[in-house]
Write a protein of this length. Structure first.
Length: 97
């Protein structure tokens, strides 16, 4: 709840300067010392509109390498709680456009 509210504040702040936010979330060391990083990358609106397409293309280009280490991509569009879609203690990398 607190992180979601902070994200909304960031989006409003960057909206005032004609930018949109792309959020990256990384969870690691969930068994030993759990830690999650959430990063915000502000992009000009023109670039942000194409960000999902570029991300999907990049994932396709490294598909062989990615699939060797990861089972699948999980579409989480419209999901309010990411943890609800992922198995417990699963390491993950998420992108929110």
């Amino acid at each position: 709840e607190e992180i979601r509210n902070f994200k909304k504040c960031l989006m409003r702040m960057f909206d005032a300067v004609d930018k949109e936010c792309v959020f990256y979330e990384t969870a690691m060391n969930l068994d030993k010392m759990p830690h999650t990083f959430v990063e915000c990358v502000p992009l000009p609106r023109k670039l942000a509109a194409n960000a999902p397409m570029f991300f999907k293309q990049a994932m396709r280009e490294c598909e062989d390498e990615f699939e060797a280490q990861n089972k699948q991509l999980i579409d989480t569009r419209g999901v309010k709680k990411l943890a609800a879609r992922l198995p417990r203690h699963m390491l993950f990398f998420a992108v929110e456009f």
